[in-house]
Design a protein around this ligand. Structure first.
Ligand SMILES: [Fe+2]
Length: 143
């Protein structure tokens, strides 16, 4: 599976979010490396759990941030996170049950997240940046 390369069009302009997104990209690439390299099943399992956990934690963080700024489309955004969370938890479970789904999960994460960041996350970027300038110029959402 091809590696993910960070490109500027993935930036939201919100440092803490961009750093988390970059970290997810790193994890996806680590999963690619494990799947394609000589990693044992146990090692793949570990990276797979890490990428899923980190992604879910990131979603929760993002939703909390959108709640603080009173983002009007939060419910829709949350639903999109929830649907995807269910999909990746299913993969995690399938893998734990012995199915060979690591590379499919990596590709799903890559495709879904890149699309989500470019589209859905970009939609809130402007509002969160304005909020940051008004409420926390050096503050909480910097990383
Ligand atoms: Fe999101």
């Amino acid at each position: 599976m091809p590696y993910v390369h960070w490109s500027d069009d993935l930036d939201t302009g919100i440092p803490v979010i961009d750093n988390q997104h970059k970290r997810i990209v790193e994890y996806i690439n680590r999963l690619c490396e494990a799947v394609e390299g000589q990693a044992t099943r146990e090692q793949v399992h570990e990276v797979l759990d890490q990428v899923v956990d980190y992604t879910l934690t990131h979603f929760a963080f993002e939703e909390e941030m959108l709640e603080i700024v009173e983002y009007p489309d939060l419910e829709q955004h949350r639903k999109s996170h929830e649907a995807f969370s269910q999909r990746i938890r299913q993969y995690q479970q399938d893998f734990a049950e012995g199915h060979d789904v690591a590379s499919e999960l990596g590709e799903t994460l890559r495709d879904w997240l890149m699309n989500h960041i470019r589209k859905d996350d970009h939609e809130y970027g402007h509002m969160v940046r304005d909020w940051m300038h008004a409420h926390a110029p050096n503050g909480v959402l910097q990383d």
